[in-house]
Design a protein around this ligand. Sequence first.
Ligand code: SF4
Length: 401
Amino acid sequence: MVMTRTDSDSCPGVLRLHEAADGPLARIRVPGGHLRPSQLLTLAEAARDLGDGTIELTSRANAQLRQVRDAVELESRLEAAGLLPSATHERVRNIIASPLSGRVGGWTDAHGLVPALDAGLRADPRLAELPGRVLFTVDDGRGDVSGLGADIGLHAIDDSDYALLLGGSDSGLRVPADRAIELVLSAAHGFLDLRDGQWRLHEIPNGPTALADRLLVDHPDLATAEVMELAARHNIPIGWLNQADDLVALGAGVPLGILPARTAEFIAAVERPVFLTPWRSIFMTDMDEWTAEQVVRVLAPMGLIFDSASRWLQVTACAGQPGCAKSLTDIRADAAAAVEEGRVLPSGTPQPALTDLTAAEVVAAGRQHWSGCERRCGRPRGAVTDIVAAPGGYRLTPPRS
Ligand code: SF4
């Protein structure tokens, strides 16, 4: 499909708030999803003092604050916490890395490449021109983030080499780890050379192939290989996870990705590294067993999910009312009621397509995304039942089998 954009992308940041229906919204880029405890505390305090009291987790492992009352104060707090290191490049720092990398599984530590990629983006004035929609991924080979459709991605194929992904697919190009960031930055320049207003690489006709060809001209010594298939996976690690260094990580689900400031303050008080994930969950890492047990004991009653069988993990929702003027209803309230009233059925339960349902009539099986209109913002990739608010009521569309 040929797609030319005539408008600039409207992705919000901290310096450019989005005027949502419920007030200004700030999106804070968190490269690799990594937050130091002090940074999480800054976000929590900002959410409570300057926002609506919650931190929204996004499908790009970033954070959002709603109803921002004092943008200048927010900017100053985030800057002091190291969460706004560049005024010019803040919206291009969309980098997702395998969250558990370097601690549990994977060929290599993907987080080791994130600071260099982030610094490389920020150091290059031209790369500030990248649309805010452009996504970078670094997958340590387990395949958890390579299926997210990044414009430019790295996927470890062993402990010292990466496959280059372009437009969500394997380009066939292979690069050693010590040249990987250079190649990604070169690809970012190539995208800017090729684009004619498009926001994403896949929107450019033949974009990924054209970009791979250019990269081979500029880097003729790159190895090539047969392309790999990369599928979107939905296997969120939840609960107790033993790290390679005998410490413990905890995967915690966050209902509908809404993390209350008070819960975030408790997490920060553990004083261990925290990772936001593209599944709107969090990983708390580097704990000894006693600490991890206390964390579960305190945070489970506060609503964090440590049970991988929880139905909350099947359900995502867009912002809906009152945050989005396009929404026909309070979508999060309806989705939460479906979970709490037992109307989320196990995966595999037969699921017919239905229309014109009241919220209370919606009963859906397995992974499901609730949307307040047809745009279906935040819909996860892969097989998901769509539950969309329409003028006549909810329309329920199961995934094609
Ligand atoms: S899906 Fe529609 S209602 Fe929901 S946030 Fe997006 S535009 Fe708003």
